[in-house]
Design a protein around this ligand. Structure first.
Ligand code: B12
Ligand code: SF4
Length: 492
């Protein structure tokens, strides 16, 4: 049986250009599936939007099953178009889907003309079971499928209990790693844990992993770092794909000690919470010793009422303390901010945007609160009847979609002003002249981001002048090193 797992392209959304990593989801699935079938991987990101041509290309190897990873909202429309093109050419082909969007929207995604079945949640063992049954997905736990024109939902599958049983990604199946980069550096990802115990209202992770945080053992994580060091000799950033790397702070410290023992020249990147870092200066010190170049921290807003409304569970004081600690250990701060949170008045949005430059982050990312499926925001908006036939291309994290949020033009103006105030501040500009440290490396990335954003603005103005609205259309990204990501459109 031949299986082809595909990471489809989507809207060109910020990250793709300066942080483009290999698709860990399908690489991990392939590791498990390859003992049950002939497996190929296709990473279609950055390959334009010609679904018909992509379908032809994917069918060349005559697969029996194609599995699509529909992991984010801006990738949904294209994925469905690709599935329809595949089915039109080969009606006997089985098309499976998985990932965040597929998991939370089985009834919307499944359709006899494109997707036959989808696997909800983590896919490793359900996929292997389907392959063992020669592609028959009926009755497999965790699967939703089309039975004629009816959607059937099989019972949930238990979560994987022993995370060390998840195999390392089949990186060899996407042999050209040169395209996977973070700014100027080659990048490889490691998933060291799944889930998050917190419950922020704009996030889908809690529901995806049923409120559980499950780590791999420190030994297993270090073994994967060793594997990467053996496989790739070029200078590299290793990023932890975990939603919340700092959940078990003692484990973070143990991983850092292991990294220090290895004396590598690799740098690390992770997503962590301000409250945990602020409470554990000793761990931040270890992160510095282990060459963490940057930490992505969800700052969201300095407004305590809005933070509480969103159930964020961090305070502005913890954020300031965490930034101080990280900087003291030469670790850059990649701060993410959210405008348009529930309960936010126009005056609150303005105040929130004004306070962003005071946070002293090194790279910043501002997004608009978006009701992504699986989040409380989605459930609330859905229950209130506000999401009739959502246009997933609008879910680009800069478009206000919820009642009460500012109109797009005003929101854009606030974001642009905040970006300018940070990247043109004497603090930021002077920091570019500082010595070559981890922080400096990150600031150089920030500079690239800044120029890309300027370029984005110029394009926007030109197209507005020509009376066209080009920035909302899917675009093929520019060549690897050219500065053109749409910086106004990114989120994590
Ligand atoms: C690391 C990460 C990134 C990295 C790398 C992404 C990548 N392609 O590898 C970067 C920073 C580049 C990134 C970018 C973006 N990301 Co991101 N990212 C993540 C994060 C934190 C981890 C993803 C990961 O590697 N997980 C580890 C692997 C092993 O798990 P997995 O991919 O989920 O796959 C498992 C299952 O989903 C399932 N599965 C997945 N695909 C398939 C396919 C089939 C056929 C089957 C059967 C099963 C299956 O089985 C897999 C194994 O168990 C997730 C959050 C999360 N935990 O999922 C957000 C997340 C997926 N990202 C998100 C977003 C919004 C984006 C961006 C759109 C941001 C932007 N505006 O630029 C871009 C999209 C880029 C792109 N082209 O994919 C959102 C999506 C929410 C939504 N519904 O829209 C998430 C959920 C975070 C969040 N809660 O906000 N991201
Ligand atoms: S935003 Fe971060 S801390 Fe909040 S629930 Fe999602 S992963 Fe956890």
């Amino acid at each position: 049986m031949r299986l082809c797992l595909v990471m489809p392209t989507g809207l060109q959304v910020g990250y793709d250009e300066y942080f483009s990593s290999s698709p860990l989801g399908i690489e991990t699935l392939a590791s498990h599936a390859r003992t049950h079938a002939d497996v190929a991987l296709a990473d279609m990101r950055g390959r334009g939007h010609d679904a018909a041509a992509h379908a032809e290309e994917l069918l060349d190897s005559e697969p029996d099953i194609i599995g699509l990873s529909i992991n984010s909202a801006p990738h949904t429309k294209y994925s469905l178009a690709l599935a329809a093109q595949l089915k039109r050419r080969r009606s006997d082909l089985t098309i499976l889907a998985g990932g965040q969007q597929a998991t939370f929207l089985p009834d919307e995604m499944l359709c006899p003309e494109n997707i036959d079945a989808l696997i909800r949640g983590e896919g490793e063992f359900a996929l292997c079971e389907i392959l063992d049954r020669d592609g028959d997905y009926r009755g497999v736990h965790g699967v939703s499928w089309m039975d004629g024109s009816t959607v059937r939902h099989e019972p949930d599958r238990p979560l994987i209990d022993d995370m060390d049983s998840v195999l390392m990604p089949a990186r060899d199946l996407l042999a050209d790693r040169s395209r996977y980069r973070m700014g100027a550096y080659r990048v490889e990802g490691i998933e060291s844990s799944r889930g998050c115990p917190h419950h922020c209202s704009f996030c889908s992770i809690r529901n995806f992993h049923r409120g559980k945080w499950r780590p791999k053992s420190v030994r297993r994580v270090l073994a994967e770092i060793d594997t990467l060091l053996e496989l790739y000799s070029d200078p590299m950033v290793i990023y932890f794909a975990d939603d919340n790397f700092s959940t078990d702070i003692r484990r973070v410290e143990a991983i850092c000690r292991g990294i220090v023992d290895r004396k590598t020249n690799v740098h690390f990147w992770c997503q962590a919470r301000a409250d945990q870092l602020a409470r554990h200066p000793e761990t931040v010190e270890w992160m510095g010793k282990a060459h963490f170049a940057a930490v992505l921290m969800g700052i969201e807003t300095a407004d305590v009422r809005l933070l509480n409304n969103a159930r964020k569970g961090t305070t502005p004081e913890q954020v300031q303390r965490a930034i101080q600690l990280l900087h003291a250990h030469d670790i850059g701060v990649w701060g993410t901010f959210t405008l348009g949170l529930p309960g936010e008045s126009p005056a609150d949005t303005a105040a929130s945007a004004e306070s962003i430059p005071t946070a002293k982050v090194d790279v910043m990312q501002i997004t608009v609160a978006t009701p992504i499926p699986g989040s409380d925001l989605y459930d609330q908006a859905h229950a209130a009847g506000q999401l009739q036939e959502p246009d997933w291309d609008q879910y680009d994290f800069t478009t206000p979609l919820m009642p009460g949020q500012l109109p797009k033009a005003e929101m854009d103006a606030m974001m642009h002003r905040a970006y300018l105030r940070v990247y043109l501040s004497p603090r930021f500009l002077l920091s570019l002249l500082s010595k070559r440290t981890n922080l400096h490396r990150l600031r150089r990335t920030a500079l690239r981001v800044f120029f890309s954003w300027l370029w984005f603005l110029v394009k926007e103005r030109i197209t507005a002048g020509l009376g066209r609205k080009a920035v909302d259309e899917p675009q093929s990204p520019p060549a690897a090193d050219s500065p053109a990501p749409e910086v106004g459109r990114r989120i994590e």
